[in-house]
Write a protein that binds this ligand. Structure first.
Ligand code: C5P
Length: 286
């Protein structure tokens, strides 16, 4: 079984429009403990089933990842993939992208395909803008469409309260309705610099938030309701509709999440996760 963690955008700016129609972004992305679980069993063909009925079958990004990897390898490869979905879907938390990245890595190992990391990154970018980040995990400065990923040093452990109004927000709809002016990425680079220089976590801006609120007023109410409970900064993650608050402690995050659940929202707590192979600062002391 492998865990595919979600992410939060600690800051996200749109710095321009590209010739290919995508937007150039600058974002600080943080891997969090909220995770899906995937299991891989060798099989003759490739199939995927999921705890969430809408996610089973052909259009799942994890299955596309497995197919790409199978084509790249030396041998004919198959697997039955089971996806235990815990991360809210189409919610700005990167769940589908994380499942796809985890599948690239797991299938490469399971089938002994020996696809090098550089090629995995190309496949990740082909699968979706958020997928390359998940091959690194931890805390990263992400640029371009999402394909340029610079790992940052692991910051101090932080806890987050997460909530959303239970609506699925297609990322393409938000980018489709986005209007300038763009910014220069400076506020996001300040967030990255605070992590690099001092291991300090701050929250910047989210350039997609205003468009999300215009299309989905329930997301704006969610942010207002959570801001009323949270002493720290509260922001939308990615294209939403999940909002998160940077908390002073696990207890504070639990209190905010409980309050949001009482208000009828989906809510949970999560902590920051370090990149694979690095010590996790949120691990309890032995
Ligand atoms: O890359 P991905 O398939 O995850 O992107 C989903 C949609 O979001 C794209 O179809 C595109 O419309 C939009 N997008 C964008 N610029 C980005 C990332 C995503 O326009 N940097």
């Amino acid at each position: 079984m492998i865990r595919a963690h979600g992410k939060l955008n600690l800051s996200l700016e749109v710095v321009g429009r590209r010739a290919d129609g995508y937007y150039d972004l600058v974002s600080v992305v943080q891997e969090i403990s909220l995770a899906d679980a995937l299991t891989f069993v060798p099989d003759s063909g490739l199939r995927l089933d999921a705890t969430h009925p809408d996610l089973a079958g052909e259009r799942n990004l994890a299955l596309s990842a497995a197919r790409l990897l199978a084509l790249a390898g030396r041998q004919v490869a198959g697997a039955s993939i089971h996806l235990d979905k815990q991360i809210p879907v189409a919610a700005g938390l990167g769940g589908g992208s994380s499942d796809a990245a985890a599948t690239l890595v797991a299938a490469n190992r399971l089938w002994r395909q020996g696809v090098p990391a550089r090629r995995l990154l190309t496949m990740a970018a082909q699968l979706g803008s958020d997928v390359p980040f998940f091959l690194y995990g931890g805390t990263c400065l992400v640029e371009g469409r999402g394909e340029r990923v610079l790992p940052l040093p692991t910051p101090a452990c932080r806890w987050y309260a997460l909530s959303n109004p239970g609506i699925a927000v297609p990322t393409g709809d938000i980018f489709g309705a986005l209007r300038g002016p763009w910014t220069d990425g400076g506020r996001t680079r300040d967030v990255a610099d605070a992590v690099s220089a001092e291991g300090r976590v701050t929250v910047g801006v989210n350039a997609l938030q205003a468009t999300l609120f215009a299309l989905y007023p329930a997301a704006e109410r969610c942010l207002a309701d959570q801001s009323a409970l949270a002493p720290g900064p509260t922001l939308v993650s990615g294209s939403g509709a999940t909002v998160y608050s940077l908390c002073g402690s696990a207890a504070e995050a639990a209190r905010i999440a409980a309050g949001m659940r009482e208000n009828g929202y989906w809510a949970d707590v999560a902590h920051s996760v370090a990149s694979r192979g690095w010590e996790n600062p949120c691990r309890p002391a032995p």
